[in-house]
Design a protein around this ligand. Structure first.
Ligand SMILES: Nc1ncnc2c1ncn2[C@@H]1O[C@H](COP(=O)(O)OP(=O)(O)O)[C@@H](O)[C@H]1O
Ligand SMILES: [Mg+2]
Length: 296
């Protein structure tokens, strides 16, 4: 597992998001009813539980019994075992229980599970509608900030008013999230019935395609990514000599040269294009070295 990354446990997803969610982040999974959001969250939980991680599941819809039953149906009997062992804790809340802005999910999480760095799920984030946009944003921003420090990667599920339109109907300000994944069920049937799209993933490159997925008994969500799609976001090293040449050239350009060569090294490591970078490197060196050496 890559350092600072949290494996999702969703088959085929990690390779699309640079090996997982980042630590201490809020990751939104959204989509209409029945697309598989809860399945996603349970699969994410189970992956951690089976590796001795702890999970806190805040459920606004299903009781613990329902979660156990649904998990059993899909073939995840072990969910029950993890609840018995105390490694998975379910908090079942009702929308009416919430009185924003006094609701403090983070405090509740802390009380229920004093550990730090567990996986946290909020399924789904709901809130009373009588608060103003401004109040809502402010309290959500605070809640998210708190949760980031408590959980390795927090999954927040959301069912937009119009779940099948990618950017519409979000009750939640998406800019507050580090990752936004959209699940869709177009109802076309067969291969492209269910599709996943990564709308946003801070801090690294991510797959930009529309990826078909299915829900399989015993497994959960499986993304059907073609080798070609994965290849597109895999760093290429066939141009390493061009980078090395440019880095060597800039290294000896004093302080600014060091900074520039570090940047080009980062570019080298993340170069996913099949195009020769020579032209870009030349341009960058030219632009970045402009104005240096004039002032003494
Ligand atoms: N055992 C299963 N095998 C295949 N598909 C399943 C199974 N269980 C649930 N599903 C599919 O998953 C959908 C429900 O997923 P769920 O995660 O509850 O959705 P959401 O939380 O987005 O409403 C169902 O509509 C069904 O199509
Ligand atoms: Mg659900």
């Amino acid at each position: 597992m890559k350092k600072g990354r949290v494996s999702t446990g969703i088959y085929g997803l990690d390779e699309l998001i640079n090996e997982g969610f980042r630590e201490n982040t809020i990751n939104i999974v959204r989509g209409g009813t029945g697309v598989g959001k809860t399945t996603f969250a349970l699969q994410y939980s189970l992956f951690g539980l089976n590796r001795d991680e702890k999970v806190l599941y805040v459920s606004f819809e299903m009781s613990q019994e329902q979660i156990i039953r649904d998990s059993r149906d899909i073939g995840w009997k072990d969910i029950e075992y993890h609840i018995e062992k105390g490694n998975l804790k379910v908090i079942h809340l009702f929308g009416e229980d919430l009185t924003f802005p006094s609701l403090d999910i983070a405090e509740m999480v802390r009380k229920t599970m004093p550990d730090k760095d567990m996986r946290i799920v909020i399924d789904p984030l709901t809130y009373p509608t009588f608060y103003s946009e401004k109040e809502k944003r402010k309290s959500l921003s605070t809640i998210f900030q708190d949760l980031r420090t408590l959980g390795t990667a927090v999954i927040v599920l959301e069912e937009p008013a119009d779940g099948n339109h990618v950017n519409e109907g979000s009750a939640m300000p998406l800019y507050l999230a580090d990752t936004v994944i959209h699940l869709q069920n177009l109802g076309f049937g067969e291969m492209y019935d269910r599709t996943l799209r990564i709308m946003k993933h801070r801090g690294s490159k991510h797959g930009e395609g529309l990826y078909p997925y299915s829900i399989e008994n015993g497994l959960g969500i499986v993304i059907h990514t073609s080798e070609k799609q994965v290849e597109r976001i895999r760093p290429k090293n066939k141009f390493d000599d061009k980078f090395v040449e440019a880095i060597e050239k800039t290294k000896h350009m004093g302080i600014s040269g060091e900074r520039l060569s570090a940047r080009m090294e980062s570019l080298r490591k993340n170069w996913t294009s099949d195009e020769d970078p020579s032209q870009i490197l030349k341009l960058v060196i030219k632009e970045e070295t402009r104005g240096y050496g004039k002032k003494t």
